[in-house]
Design a protein around this ligand. Structure first.
Ligand code: ADP
Ligand code: ZN
Length: 687
């Protein structure tokens, strides 16, 4: 069987996603590989497909039991023989698993790194031929990563001790250059083929909200998500408990998770969430690694996390199956303080590091927190900011983040910049620096007693920006800080200071431009699956799925992902053959579930002969982006997606002929301009 046959037969997919094919080919040719792909990109397939095809057994080293269990259930449901060896097995289960594994009955064996070097693994190695060792979450080998696991350091020793050196493949979602080098070195990869796919997750809608009242905002958001499930991340255990308690009191189906709970409660709560018995998981960052739940529709951060790496990883747990999902950050200025405090505290706790190493870590953590703060306050495209942070090129308009959806425009703020910098300068002349609020108050001409007591109402810059809204001044001030024209200390009493570059603003009067929100924000209509949520068939399919899942005692998403259910709504298959065309349906699943689903769909179609099915092809981020580009160009949300006015057409073709936005989109989606042209023609945009 070739890799395409394996993909369809076991996993039910027709095409490989970006990067998967290359990694698989290299593995099959005997190369070591390192795959760096964002969460949800489909790393598992990159080693599971070759594992099925290679002669012997593949050992997968994975850091968490929950992660292994999930992967093994998925594989077994798909018809691949797999097992895991870990401490959660009973005596009998363990004996039975060892019998199967050592008898060569399993193609994939998942083990925790702590097990390496134990007797049972020695027995395993002596009984079967190991074709490949795969290291999942490979960044755990580096102490510069976020989830260092000392036992990962024994992996290279284990590999070296095998009778024949197997292919070694390593995978991770986040890796800076340092971590990447560590992975190659510490795992002992031999001239690995490395592949980094783009970090972009086009199906995720990113948004930052600065609410007056966080809890009220959270409630409003959760109401909007109906019965979809999602995660609410908080910074502290206390916060988790408070928020979870309030939500339950307000009638939401919520559970909680943090490191301070007893193991048994954590485990039970996690299962409640995974098996859809609880809709909302309120948790600290202790929750999530190894959670493969593919239908998480939203991840809300109740507090700003400590860096962009963590944020992207946590937010990335939404929409793993490619369905539209939302990542919302509720930002409050206090979050910066709390994080600073936690960074200082972790310095004291990091016992095994030298003083010098601690200083380096501290400096790095502070810088990362600053970047996170800039993300939380930027008026520009959020996706662009993050992708650039990870070293990728990105267009300045993504069409699927709060900045882009609300709209912003590039504005020349040179004059405001001069006013702001001279204000800081005037305040400094009075003897000392102050925080952002004081600078803003002086510019706005506030009559606060504190301001007057310092005599700042006599400054020449007092009230010179009284006509500018406060959030705009704040955004401009943040922009000047981000560009280095001013600096912002982050000690206990943070103050705005002048920098050597400040002179460029006041003396050289250089031009400063920035993206500012447009005046009247449109309401967001992103990230919903409304056309499916409204489809009565979708609801029926979901019910059937939960019934089958609970009969098999597996989470619903192991049976079929939401994406697969939506594909059923679109295709409405009524025979097993047609059912095999559904994305995510392989041979085993078609045999096992096909009849039930086809019967249900058949009944539905017969009962509703007049129903018109209008679903677009699922998961087409390009189409979504083109749609929102049109919205951006035309400047208003259109309720009838396919109807184009002459004016709209003209404007978009203008934009196209200027070759700006669309070329960027083409590049971003790795399509040729020709392909985009064809698409635009089909959309009736160009002739
Ligand atoms: P990762 O480990 O990179 O976070 P997973 O391996 O868990 O991602 O895959 C995420 C989701 O993407 C799964 O629901 C999986 O079924 C789906 N997926 C993976 N590869 C493909 C593909 N080639 N076509 C369609 N769906 C895919
Ligand atoms: Zn954007």
């Amino acid at each position: 069987m070739d890799k395409y046959a394996v993909l369809k037969e076991y996993f039910g997919h027709r095409e490989f996603r970006s990067g998967q094919s290359e990694l698989i080919d290299h593995i099959l040719s005997g190369c070591d590989v390192l795959g760096i792909m964002p969460t949800g990109a489909g790393k598992s397939l990159c080693y599971q497909v070759p594992a099925v095809m290679l002669g012997g057994v593949t050992i997968v080293i994975s850091p968490l039991i929950s992660l292994m269990k999930d992967q093994v259930s998925s594989l077994v449901t798909a018809g691949v023989s797999a097992a895991c060896i870990n401490s959660s097995l009973t005596q009998e289960e363990y004996a039975e698993t060892m019998r199967r594994v050592c008898g060569g009955e399993c193609k994939l064996v998942y083990i925790a790194p702590e097990r390496l070097g134990t007797q049972e693994i020695d027995r395993l190695v002596a009984s079967v031929d190991i074709s490949m060792v795969t290291i999942d979450e490979a960044h755990c080998v580096s102490q510069w990563g976020q989830d260092f696991r000392p036992s990962y350091l024994h992996i290279s020793e284990f590999i070296a001790g095998l009778p024949r050196r197997p292919i070694v493949s390593a995978f991770t979602a986040t890796a800076t250059d340092t971590v990447r080098d560590d992975i190659v070195r510490l795992l002992g990869l031999h001239e690995p083929f490395s592949l980094i796919t783009g970090f972009d997750r086009p199906n995720l809608y990113f948004s930052v909200i600065k609410p007056q009242n966080k809890y009220a905002e959270l409630r409003r958001l959760l109401d909007g998500f109906g019965d979809k499930c999602g995660i609410v991340y908080c910074l502290s255990r206390r916060n988790v408990e408070e928020v979870c308690e309030k939500l339950n009191a307000d009638g939401f189906s919520a559970t909680r998770y943090h490191a301070g709970l007893a193991d048994s409660e954590r485990c039970a709560n996690q299962e409640d969430f995974i098996y859809d018995r609880k809709r909302i998981m309120v948790a600290t960052n202790a929750f999530g690694m190894g959670i493969d739940k593919s239908d998480v529709a939203f991840v809300i951060h109740y507090n700003m996390p400590k860096n962009i790496e963590s944020y992207y990883q946590e937010a990335g747990r939404a929409g793993r199956d490619g369905s539209p999902a939302q990542c919302i950050l509720l930002y409050g200025a206090m979050d910066v303080r709390t994080n600073n405090f936690m960074i200082e505290k972790s310095r004291e706790e990091n016992g095994e590091l030298s003083a010098e190493e601690k200083d380096i870590m501290l400096e790095r953590d502070r810088q990362r927190l600053k970047d996170m703060t800039i993300y939380s306050t930027t008026a520009g495209c959020l996706r662009e900011f993050m992708l650039k942070y990870f070293g990728e090129k990105a267009p300045s308009y993504c069409g699927n983040c709060s900045s882009c959806v609300n709209g912003f425009e590039e504005v020349d703020i040179s004059v405001d910049a001069q006013k702001i910098v001279s204000c800081v300068f005037r305040i400094k002349q009075k003897g000392r620096y102050f925080g952002k609020n004081m600078v803003i108050d002086v510019l706005r001409g506030s009559d606060s007693a504190r301001l007057v007591s310092f005599g700042f109402d006599k400054l020449s810059t007092y009230g010179i920006m009284s006509d500018v809204p406060i959030h705009i001044i704040r955004a401009e001030l943040d922009h000047l800080i981000a560009c280095g024209y001013l600096s912002f200390t982050d000690d206990e009493y943070p103050v705005v200071e002048l920098t050597p570059a400040s002179a460029k603003i006041v003396k050289e009067r250089i031009t400063v431009k920035m993206n500012l929100p447009k005046k009247a924000p449109k309401s967001s209509r992103r990230g919903d699956n409304s056309s499916y949520a409204d489809d009565p068939l979708f609801e029926k399919l979901r019910e059937l799925r939960s019934r089958l899942a609970s009969e098999a005692n597996v989470p619903a998403y192991i049976v079929f992902s939401d994406a697969a259910l939506r594909d059923m709504c679109r295709l409405r298959p009524v025979t097993r053959e047609e059912f095999l065309n559904v994305s995510g349906v392989g041979k085993r699943k078609a045999e096992r579930y096909g009849d039930d689903f086809c019967r249900l769909i058949g009944e539905h179609v017969r009962a509703n002969p007049d129903e018109v099915v209008v679903h677009e092809r699922e998961d087409d981020p390009l189409q979504r982006q083109l749609d929102s580009l049109r919205e951006h160009v035309v400047g208003r949300a259109s309720s009838a997606p396919r109807a184009w006015s002459d004016e709209e057409e003209r404007q978009l073709s203008d934009e196209f002929s200027q070759g700006t936005a669309i070329v960027e989109i083409a590049r971003n989606h790795k399509r040729t301009n020709g392909a985009i042209r064809a698409r635009l023609r089909k959309m009736g945009l160009i002739t």
